[in-house]
Ligand binder design. Structure first.
Ligand SMILES: [Ca+2]
Ligand SMILES: [Ca+2]
Length: 399
């Protein structure tokens, strides 16, 4: 990516060259096993310049037209800071203290901190063309930024706008790109080079190397990074969620703006979570309790994605896995048999704490759960009764 300030210009050029994209209508198509909801819509002309979650899971946005950083809670919005004149946003990230938000802009390359309770932005750092920020488990802020002479780099966020930032990784080819950490602290980075569209690569640097560089001397990107995927298109944001990597692809190379999932447990296989009429850019993830697989349900966590045509349409969608289940499979053993009827009867009449997969317990599909569901199952299993409606016997969404 050139710099984030160039996003609007790039997007406008892309969509003006793509008749048919400037249609104001359905804009997100989730893949099978995923669901998308509309969350926010920015006024025409607004260009998003950052997105993160509040500690309560609400969206916090920066929007260039108004110059405002806003916390959106339900129908209300609180302005956390306003920049006059407006600046080009680079990123918004919730600090691990859950009390402040870090915002970087690429007009003056300033980095600000602002409390969620109000009080406005405080200048804390200055990093040339900062692109993305991730915090490690020790609270160190790792910032990808454009190097002035020796390639792009990753530096440590500090609280001094005048002191040089400690370099952690140097010699990154192209412009500064998105980065994230997995639960073990391994760092993932997508190289960015507009001169070579379709030639970005997803790289990984081991946690021990990153921590060694934080404690000691910077490491060279080409020496320490492992290529996981290459020939990627226009990756804009990269995040780790539920055992997977997710990245937004502006769609310049492929012609299809999309959100992709990368599965480290399947040799980094790529799959599509959603496609968009307009380029998805910023992304923020909300952790769940299980892996983010198709059909995993809200336990797989959720994510917010900004998508925009750079002129008239800028929206935020929330995306999460649909809840897939097998109707009648209540005790989690993978088969539907008499033990599920016993589990349901126990839950209804003996021990209300008996764990069941509640959504699957409406076996007769009348939108309620009661003894008639146990009877229906026993009829089906032993008395030649009618079949169980979908999803059955194969796991799937509510029909
Ligand atoms: Ca069962
Ligand atoms: Ca029922």
């Amino acid at each position: 990516m050139l710099f984030r300030r160039a996003l609007g210009i790039v997007l406008v050029g892309f969509f003006l060259g793509s008749p048919g994209y400037l249609v104001y209508g359905q804009s997100v198509v989730p893949s099978e096993g995923f669901h998308a909801d509309a969350l926010l819509s920015f006024p025409a002309g607004g260009l998003p310049g950052g997105l993160c979650h509040s500690p309560g899971g609400h969206p916090i946005t920066y929007e260039t037209e108004s110059g405002e950083i806003q916390l959106h809670t339900g129908g209300a919005s609180a302005v956390l800071a306003q920049f006059t004149p407006s600046v080009f946003g680079s990123f918004l990230v919730l600090h691990p203290d859950s009390e402040t938000v870090i915002f970087a802009e690429s007009s003056e390359s300033n980095v600000y901190s602002m409390p969620l309770t109000g009080g406005g932005a405080v200048l804390i750092d200055n990093i040339s063309f900062a692109y993305d920020l991730v915090f490690d488990s020790d609270g160190n802020g790792l910032v990808s930024s454009l190097g002035l002479d020796s390639g792009s780099r990753i530096v440590l966020l500090d609280s001094d706008p005048t002191a040089a930032n400690q370099e952690v990784v140097t010699g990154i080819p192209g412009f500064s790109g998105p980065l994230t950490l997995d639960a073990a602290g391994n760092l993932y980075y997508v190289t960015a080079d507009l001169a070579n569209p379709g030639m970005q690569s997803l790289r990984r640097i081991p946690a021990a190397v990153i921590q060694g560089a934080i404690a000691g001397a910077p490491v060279d990107f080409g020496t320490v990074s492992e290529t996981l995927l290459d020939e990627l298109g226009g990756a804009f944001a990269l995040r780790w969620l539920g055992g997977k990597l997710l990245f937004t692809d502006l769609g310049f190379a492929s012609g299809t703006p999309a959100l992709f999932l990368v599965d480290p447990d399947a040799n980094f296989a790529l799959s599509t979570v959603a496609t968009f009429d307009f380029s998805p850019s910023y992304m923020a993830v909300w952790p769940g309790t299980v892996n983010l697989d198709p059909g995993a349900g809200p336990g797989g966590g959720s994510l917010m994605v900004v998508f925009s045509d750079g002129t008239s349409v800028s929206r935020v969608a929330e995306i999460y896995a649909e809840t897939w289940f097998v109707r009648g499979e209540l005790n989690g053993d993978g088969v539907v048999d008499i033990s599920d009827a016993i589990t349901l009867l126990s839950r209804l009449f003996i021990d209300p704490k008996t764990p069941i997969t509640f959504i699957a317990a409406d076996i007769n599909h009348d939108d309620g759960v009661d003894i008639s569901d146990a009877n229906y199952l026993l009829d089906y299993l032993f008395r030649g009764g009618p079949s169980i409606s979908a999803p059955f016997p194969v796991r799937g969404p509510e029909s």
